[in-house]
Design a protein around this ligand. Structure first.
Ligand SMILES: Nc1ncnc2c1ncn2[C@@H]1O[C@H](COP(=O)(O)OP(=O)(O)O)[C@@H](O)[C@H]1O
Ligand SMILES: [Mg+2]
Length: 429
């Protein structure tokens, strides 16, 4: 049900935002905070005035995780607002994403695009924009966000974004919000930050707010209700997000066929009762890592792994260059050395060092996983640090506080071995 704007109520924060003149906003303004705090509707209300100030010489872009999230979160409110309250018109072609907004006799060409998938950057290469609205910005890929900012070249261009908080490891927090809060001058020159709580939305009843508060717990409560950027309780890779970081295997196969993936390599964690995990990675020229396939099974021998590697080289039609393996089983590694065409390394990286490298990749959306890698996907979402109680129980000293629990970590170990080796050996500048 679209909002009845004639009944709107305004908090002080909302009034301050709405009263600010378009030319007084910097290049990029972020509204973040609690769910339902009015972030999206405040931006929607500002659009007619912003468009009028910016003019219609260039394209205006609306993005979200996908075109349909933009439609459901934004256009559904923007269209009736423009047409019933502003006397304008909004035409939207949901298949092409083209949108035309007419206000006070002027036509503004707009485009709606999804920024949440790892290839979305390709859809916005080229062209000049003078306005960008990113709905739910943390759901966009880092490469899309950078490309979008680089499109905003006109002197009067403005970007607005809204977001719910995520992990404090997320690129948006690390690159913009944290330096802004710390008073970084370079960031403050181009970026403004508005933080909203549910109290800043005068249209919500106290009962509604109380009910929302009961929906969330732990880190999610802190993020969605209190609007804080905090790390999820204990998860090692807490910015891993299935929406952004998993693609259908058919799309992975396309990338292989198109030669987007330029090098193939493996990480192997040997087990017996615990499963053996063997992960096949590829990398592209932009430094993204693709987890293409996994072998995950208890009680398998080196011969099974060798067979799997041979079969996968045939299946994907590519040679794999190396494997970095768990050094606890040198005899297995020797068998690989003698029976495959791969260079076999046995370099076990330190847990903290390799985790921080992998985490850096994930935080910046540079790890993309095929949906067939079920065991790895499960581990991404459960691999965690021990709680204080578990530390005491297992006698973990504070020196080892950065070591995750050693359960369900077989794929996570294989992943560390593979990525650490590639990053430290082949990507060294
Ligand atoms: N100006 C307004 N007038 C009337 N209702 C509003 C207004 N702003 C927000 N609301 C109400 O609050 C809800 C949440 O606002 P929204 O902008 O979607 O929040 P957020 O983007 O922060 O999650 C809306 O669905 C609407 O019911
Ligand atoms: Mg919103």
């Amino acid at each position: 049900m679209p909002v009845k704007w004639e009944k709107s109520k305004y908090s002080l924060k909302a009034r301050q935002f709405l009263a600010k003149q378009p030319e007084d906003f910097p290049l990029f303004t972020l509204l973040d905070g609690a769910v339902r705090s009015g972030k999206t509707l405040n931006i929607i209300q500002k659009i007619p005035q912003l468009f009028d100030a910016i003019g219609n010489d260039n394209l205006k872009v609306f993005s979200g995780y996908s075109k349909s999230t933009v439609r459901n979160n934004v256009i559904i409110e923007l269209k009736p607002f423009i047409e019933n309250y502003m006397g304008g018109n909004l035409k939207y072609n949901s298949s092409s994403g083209e949108m035309e907004i007419t206000l006070w006799g002027k036509v503004y060409p707009c485009l709606v695009v999804g920024g949440g998938d790892s290839d979305s950057v390709a859809s916005i290469q080229g062209g000049t924009w003078d306005f960008w609205y990113a709905n739910e910005l943390p759901q966009h890929h880092y490469s899309f966000y950078n490309m979008a900012l680089s499109r905003l070249t006109p002197a009067n261009a403005k970007a607005f974004a809204d977001s719910n908080p995520e992990s404090s490891n997320h690129w948006l927090y690390q690159e913009k919000i944290k330096p802004y809060l710390e008073g970084d001058k370079n960031v403050r020159d181009v970026f403004e930050y508005w933080h909203f709580t549910m109290k800043d939305n005068a249209n919500l009843s106290p009962t509604f707010i109380r009910n929302q508060e009961k929906l969330y717990q732990g880190a999610f409560k802190a993020r969605k209700i209190d609007g804080l950027w905090i790390v999820a309780d204990g998860l090692v890779y807490d910015t891993f997000n299935r929406n952004k970081h998993v693609i259908p295997h058919s799309i992975m196969l396309d990338k292989i066929l198109k030669n987007d993936i330029i090098e193939y390599f493996l990480g192997i964690d040997w087990g017996w009762n615990h499963p053996t995990a063997c992960l096949l990675f590829g990398t592209d020229k932009d430094g993204a890592y693709y987890l293409i396939d996994e072998l995950y099974s208890p009680k398998i021998e080196a011969e099974n792994v060798i067979c799997w590697i041979e079969q996968k080289q045939k299946e994907y039609g590519r040679f794999f260059s190396f494997a970095n393996c768990d050094n606890a089983r040198p005899e297995q590694n020797d068998k690989l050395r003698q029976n495959t065409n791969l260079v076999i390394y046995e370099e076990k990286p330190k847990v903290e060092d390799s985790i921080s490298l992998v985490r850096g990749l994930i935080n910046y959306d540079k790890v993309i996983v095929s949906d067939i890698c079920k065991a790895t996907l499960g581990e991404f979402e459960t691999y965690r640090y021990p709680s204080d109680a578990e530390k005491t129980k297992n006698g973990i000293s504070s020196d080892n506080a950065d070591t995750p629990l050693k359960v369900n970590d077989d794929c996570m170990d294989a992943l560390r071995y593979a990525l650490y080796k590639h990053l430290t050996t082949f990507r060294r500048k």
